[in-house]
Design a protein around this ligand. Structure first.
Ligand SMILES: [Ca+2]
Length: 279
């Protein structure tokens, strides 16, 4: 156990330095306020001005693009920008999807906290708009391919924040859906945090996802199982051993008729809560 922990820590450190050691000459290094210096956290402030190391393009459907640019930043000069996403029709399956993926260090563990600042404009989508997800192998499974993994997601739906537990995608359902009563923050930066507890102590199932907006935990007045066709059996949230991969960007599962932009900045993930920091 001691060796395993030491190896994990070493790998984590390498990943941490790789992700964060890009403060340019003359530029003040990002401090703990953004989580970049938080112990055991991985962080991305996008100040490389291009897609950070380790991230690879994944989904690319309909119109728009996902890129790191300097059109708007929460801190520094750059952010991840989902630009002018549009395509499909509201109420119909299929929508613009522009995402990137990152493989986590081995032995990440079954609990994943995250934090990202999000700016959306000019309108709140009605369709399901995913922003971040994290995936893990099914219990006892040796499968590691992306489409074999259980996953948690943070998104918006019907213009409000939403969180979901999914079985492998496709199809990604029957899924456990929680929709908040809180509208997506528009035309301003908002801090989203989440906790995906795939261990959940001695409980028989992985925990429901938890989400905070600007430090306040969201409540879920709408909670339901979604499946197509509708499912009668309850969703069993399978427990996790290690999260293995994360995905971010913007992914619409139904159409989007209003060209919409999102920016994501100061993305961070870790095994403990990172917080929104200051400034
Ligand atoms: Ca930035």
């Amino acid at each position: 156990m001691r060796i395993r922990v030491a190896m994990w820590s070493s790998m984590w450190f390498l990943a941490f330095t790789g992700a964060c050691a890009h403060g340019g000459a003359g530029r003040e290094r990002v401090t703990a306020a953004t989580g970049c210096a938080a112990s055991g956290a991985l962080c991305w402030d996008f100040e490389e001005g291009t897609l950070p190391a380790g991230w690879t393009p994944y989904r690319d459907e309909f119109s728009g693009q996902l890129l790191v640019d300097d059109s708007r930043a929460r801190r520094g000069r750059y952010a991840l920008h989902a630009s002018q996403l549009v395509g499909g029709k509201e109420g119909s399956q299929g929508g613009p999807k522009k995402t990137v993926r990152f493989n986590l260090p081995a032995g990440f563990g079954p609990v994943l906290w995250g934090r990202v600042w999000v700016y959306a404009t000019p309108a709140r989508p009605v369709s399901h708009a995913g922003l971040f997800n994290a995936r893990y192998p099914r219990p006892g499974s040796s499968e590691r391919a992306f489409e074999t993994l259980d996953w948690y997601e943070v998104a918006t739906f019907q213009q409000k924040y939403m969180a979901i537990w999914h079985p492998p995608e496709p199809p990604g359902f029957p899924e456990w859906v929680q929709v908040s009563g809180t509208p997506l923050v528009l035309d301003a930066w908002a801090c989203l945090e989440w906790q995906f507890d795939g261990a959940n102590g001695d409980n028989p199932e992985a925990a429901e996802p938890r989400v905070w907006l600007d430090g306040v935990e969201l409540e879920w007045p709408e909670r339901f199982v979604f499946s197509d066709p509708p499912a009668t059996a309850p969703v069993v949230r399978e427990k996790a051993t290690d999260f293995t991969v994360v995905e971010t960007g913007v992914f619409l599962y139904q159409g989007l008729s209003v060209p919409t932009d999102w920016w994501l900045d100061d993305l961070a993930i870790g095994r403990q809560r990172i917080g929104c920091g200051e400034g």
